[in-house]
Design a protein around this ligand. Structure first.
Ligand code: PLP
Length: 388
């Protein structure tokens, strides 16, 4: 066994695909300081965080979290179906249902847990799940775990999806699952077309709004709200760990669907409820994003500054419609070197490479957050222009 492990590590190292942790100290205001290595000298601006609205440091979020910690203690002590069903969970579920415009909601331990719990509850042997090729690993794993037949359609290609549905829909249950904003490219799914197809072929539609909730929609209700298709989406999933600055996840759906998942989603049933401090932070964050037009406007102004600066520095490409800005490099080594070079100059951005993205499409992924000053956005684009 040890041989297998060390041999595997050697192989990954040789191929340049070994993942490693990079410990750092977080400095408030969007910076991190690496604790070892040659780059540890100065703090780095964090272009890798999903804390889009900077809510991890919002005073209301911290206050509520502290309040609940003091009042209710550090942990939940048990799963919801045992003695862990502190009423705080229900308050959070009511507020997230309202934010998403759905009847009901259910909180999960994390987005990963939500996806691997919900998909096997909704589909099993004899059923088919139609899933976008670029869906997050947690969706892929949920499909696998369900035992349903998995049909993967080309990214955002509704024609390919319809072809597959015509051939492979079958007579069982069928589910289409997509992300509204894709985590690696920052592009958007064709939601209205998907709704039309879902209705035509009598499927259920599940939309993962991990990168959209809080950021899109007039009240932060996500892309499903912005596109006016809330009622057509059977399951809206999202997380508290990204724009909401906290931790955990939720699904918003009909009352019956939530009752069904309370019984059927194993990652819900067999896992300890979230700690009170986390629920406090999430509750406050939902309130902040509901009234967060100004925050969203500020974020997208920064996104505009960054994209303009990239173009001014000769970096072309389709930067997409969201706060996630991919700069396509192609070659793995070139992408890794560009990331290293940026790091030496005070910028922390991640090189995204296979297997996370298709071969030959290695890229730098910049996520813009409200933490980043305009000057830093401009300077970073300038640095990148010189490197590439
Ligand atoms: C981050 C993410 C998840 C997982 O959420 P966690 O709360 O981090 O476990 C699921 N789906 C998508 C699309 C994500 O980006």
């Amino acid at each position: 066994m040890d041989d297998y492990v060390s041999q595997w590590l050697e192989e990954q190292k040789a191929a340049g695909t070994l993942r490693k942790l990079v410990p750092h100290e977080r400095i408030r205001g969007g910076r991190i300081k690496l604790v070892s290595g040659a780059e540890a000298a100065g703090p780095l601006w964090d272009f890798s965080s999903n804390d889009y609205l900077a809510l991890t440091e919002h005073p209301e979020v911290i206050k509520k979290s502290r309040e609940f910690l003091e009042q209710y203690g550090a942990g939940a002590g048990a799963a919801r179906l045992m003695s862990g069903d502190n009423n705080l969970n229900h308050l959070l579920e009511e507020s997230i249902a309202k934010l998403k415009g759905k009847e009901s909601a259910l909180v999960f331990g994390s987005g990963y847990m939500a996806n691997i719990g919900v998909l096997p509850a909704l589909a099993g042997r004899g059923d088919v799940i139609f899933t976008d090729r670029l869906n997050h690993a947690s969706i892929y794993d949920g499909c696998k775990l369900s035992g349903a037949q998995m049909q993967r359609f080309q990214h955002n290609d509704v024609n390919h999806l319809e072809e597959l549905l015509r051939d492979k829909r079958g007579k069982g249950r069928a589910l289409i699952v997509v992300e509204s904003i894709y985590s690696m490219d920052g592009d958007r799914c064709p939601l209205r077309d998907l709704v039309a197809i879902k209705n035509k072929y009598s499927c259920q539609l599940m939309v993962d709004e991990a990168h959209a909730t809080g950021v899109f929609g007039s009240n932060g209700g996500g892309v499903i709200q912005e596109e006016g298709v809330v009622d057509q989406v059977d399951i809206a999933m999202g997380t508290f760990g990204k724009a909401l600055g906290s931790y955990g996840a939720y699904i918003a759906a009909s009352h019956d669907m939530v009752q069904f998942l309370i019984n059927k989603a194993r990652s819900f049933v067999y896992s300890t409820a979230l700690p009170p401090a986390v629920i406090g932070a999430s509750l406050a964050a939902v309130k902040v994003v509901e009234k967060g037009e100004a925050l969203r406007r500020e974020l997208f102004a920064k996104v505009g500054v960054f994209k303009d600066a990239l173009r001014e520095n000769g970096i072309g490409g389709d930067f997409g419609p969201s706060q996630i800005v991919p700069v396509l490099i192609g070659d793995v080594a070139k992408a890794v070197n560009a990331a290293l070079s940026l790091r030496r100059q005070g910028v922390f951005a991640t090189a995204v490479r296979p297997p996370t993205v298709p071969k030959g499409t290695s890229r730098l992924r910049f996520s813009v957050t409200r933490h980043l000053p305009d000057e830093v956005l401009k300077e970073t684009a300038h640095l990148l222009g010189r490197i590439l």
